[in-house]
Design a binder for this molecule. Structure first.
Ligand SMILES: COc1ccc2cc(-c3cnc(C(=O)NCC(=O)O)c(O)c3)ccc2c1
Ligand SMILES: [Mn+2]
Length: 245
């Protein structure tokens, strides 16, 4: 869906998306983090939640990729979320598919609306599949990390939270972002129908604090055209037997 956008791109100010895109551009430019509450509205948010619960109950979630870390004995000490990847075309993902296209819309238009057609100097031309994650409570967490520390092409992390009546004091599960260059942290509760964007690179180390209730989120990572192209080229070259031997 990324090549239907014309290059010279005009956004009609009466379009409700216009306000949201302006807000995303402003917050991402100023803070590198943007929080949008009541993103889908209660009705459609509940439909997305129901689809995620149905998926979770079919048991297709698996242990998140175990991030190895020096000295950690048990991989669980790094992170203990359960995940599944979907492209939204699966059966019974109608509302998740609508969420994904809504986020695509906003990210793409914001990227086009920003000065000289870029936001944060990126040209966004693609994304990963949607990662549906569940932190199953009982202290499940994710230690402080950077999503894209080594230029794999991902520039924006987009997370949609699904947790009704989430109270951080009782349930934990706070997302704490440690924006580079300041002692200020950004504490983001994973509350229902909340949409979060942040730069995926080293500007935003973050952690998921231990969760004591089941904590659901849907994450998309958007690619910068140039960084992704270089990353894929390097990946292919690394894969080839080096001709120098
Ligand atoms: C190669 O295979 C995989 C498969 C899944 C992977 C998932 C993550 C990941 C990264 N960040 C978060 C996070 O920060 N969540 C913040 C929040 O929920 O509020 C998270 O939940 C999950 C990282 C690497 C992966 C590699
Ligand atoms: Mn992360």
């Amino acid at each position: 869906p990324f090549n239907h956008m014309p290059n010279s791109f005009y956004m009609d100010p009466s379009d409700p998306c216009y306000e949201i895109c302006q807000r995303v551009i402003k917050d991402m430019t100023r803070f590198g983090v943007c929080v949008l509450n009541n993103f889908l509205g209660r009705e459609r948010g509940l439909m997305v939640l129901q689809e995620v619960l149905d998926m979770y109950n079919t048991g297709i979630f698996s242990r998140g990729q175990l991030v190895s870390s020096p000295g950690s004995t048990d991989a669980q000490t790094i992170r203990s979320d359960l995940i599944t990847w979907i492209d939204g075309k699966e059966t019974k993902c109608f509302y998740i598919r609508q969420l994904i296209s809504q986020v695509d819309n906003i990210i793409l238009r914001a990227n086009k609306m920003a000065n000289n057609g870029k936001m944060g100097d990126y040209v966004i031309n693609g994304r990963t599949k949607a990662m549906v994650a569940c932190y199953p409570g009982s202290g499940s967490h994710y230690v402080k990390h950077v999503d894209n520390p080594n230029k794999d092409g991902r520039c924006i992390t987009a997370i949609y939270y699904l947790n009704l009546d989430w109270d951080v004091k009782r349930c934990g599960g706070l997302l704490r972002v440690f924006p580079e260059g300041t002692n200020q942290v950004a504490d983001i509760a994973p509350i229902f129908d909340r949409m979060l964007f942040f730069w995926s690179d080293r500007r935003n180390p973050h952690e998921v604090q231990p969760a004591y209730s089941t904590r659901y989120a849907i994450t998309l990572w958007y690619f910068d055209a140039h960084e992704r192209e270089v990353a894929l080229r390097n990946y292919k070259e690394r894969g080839q037997p080096s001709s120098s031997k």
